[in-house]
Design a protein around this ligand. Structure first.
Ligand SMILES: [Fe+2]
Ligand SMILES: [Fe+2]
Length: 339
């Protein structure tokens, strides 16, 4: 069946209804694998069947959709369990595919993490979102077992514009890589740290987006509102009790500084967990090396220089030395980050 014919095939009338469909980022649909669920387009509020289950999305077809800025398709809600099984299997396969070149593993991981991250950020406090985020973190932990080469290859992909999803993934990668270097090997500790990093900025979603996207300097009042995001993030997860204390501490303390100059509580190094001190470096480094509404990205070198010289004592010096050694010759992706 040609693409055109597939496009014209209408979904059954009784299946149509906004709440019955779930957005799926195209990044989650790798080429060359049979898809065990139906996919739909959304065209002017109508859901039109794009392909039935068992369809293999060819690379050229996927590329063409992306070229046409079609970055999302939809699945029917009753296909959700099949979709989740598929994603779990795919992530697990990525781990055991020893014959896959490292650059392909890293690229596939980053693309899948971006797709899953988009879903997670839509409702991060839901148990299924935490489960999906945990899957991504476990794969990141396993991949980063490959050492410096893996983080350097990831850094080549982590370029460009700041957004919440990529910032969360990048911070997770940097933090887990640093944790490994300083000897954190206990699976539960790594998972809790990774989850905290993945979810560290979800409180930003609860603030007015006009404030987050604002170019230029913020007023004192606006900065005070922005500084509420670590605690808003923690509060979001408290009712569900799905996150452990060490994960909540990463979310709460990622803007604290060892010299007490951070927020929300201005506590010093003696009150900050190792995981929180790792998160402070990982999140600050990615923020500095990414273009965002308030400032342009700087190079990796300038970022670590700023973190060690212009803010002396703000970051754990021993961890920062390890981090500088870790990122070494690795360079963040094209554009200002790679300068
Ligand atoms: Fe933050
Ligand atoms: Fe952040």
């Amino acid at each position: 069946m040609t693409t055109k014919a597939i496009l014209l095939e209408a979904a059954p009338k009784d299946a149509v209804g906004g709440a019955s469909y779930i957005r799926v980022p195209l990044e989650n649909l790798p080429a060359g694998r049979p898809l065990p669920f139906r996919l739909y387009h959304s065209i002017e509020g109508e859901y039109i069947l794009y392909c039935g289950d068992g369809k293999v999305l060819k690379k050229e077809e996927r590329d063409r959709l992306l070229q046409n800025h079609l970055t999302e398709l939809y699945i029917a809600r009753d296909d959700l369990p099949r979709y989740r099984d598929y994603m779990d299997r795919f992530l697990a396969e990525l781990l055991v595919a020893r014959d896959l070149p490292i650059e392909q593993k890293v690229e596939t991981f980053y693309s899948l993490a971006a797709g899953i991250g988009t879903e997670v950020m839509a409702a991060p406090q839901k148990p299924e979102s935490i489960a999906s985020a945990s899957d991504v973190v476990r794969v990141a932990i396993a991949l980063l077992e490959g050492g410096k080469e893996v983080i350097h290859r990831l850094m080549a992909l982590m370029g460009g514009q700041y957004d919440l999803v990529t910032h969360s993934i990048n911070a997770t990668n940097y933090g887990l890589a640093l944790a490994r270097v300083v000897g954190v090997r206990e699976p539960r500790a790594l998972l809790n740290l990774g989850l905290g990093l993945f979810l560290h900025d979800v409180g930003l979603r609860l603030l007015p987006q006009s404030l987050i996207q604002r170019k230029g300097l913020l007023s004192t009042e606006e900065r005070a509102v922005l500084k509420r995001h670590p605690l808003l993030g923690v509060e979001l997860f408290l009712p569900g009790k799905h996150l452990e204390e060490s994960t909540l501490a990463v979310i709460r303390d990622h803007h604290e500084r060892c010299d007490g100059s951070g927020y929300p509580h201005g506590v010093g190094a003696d009150k900050l967990s190792l995981e929180a001190r790792i998160a402070q470096i990982a999140t600050a480094f990615d923020f500095l090396t990414t273009n965002n509404p308030s400032r342009r990205a700087v190079s990796s070198y300038e970022a670590v220089r700023s973190m060690s010289r212009e803010q002396p004592g703000a970051f754990d010096q021993e961890l920062l030395r390890n981090f500088i050694e870790l990122i070494g010759e690795g360079r963040t992706g094209p554009g200002p980050k790679g300068a």
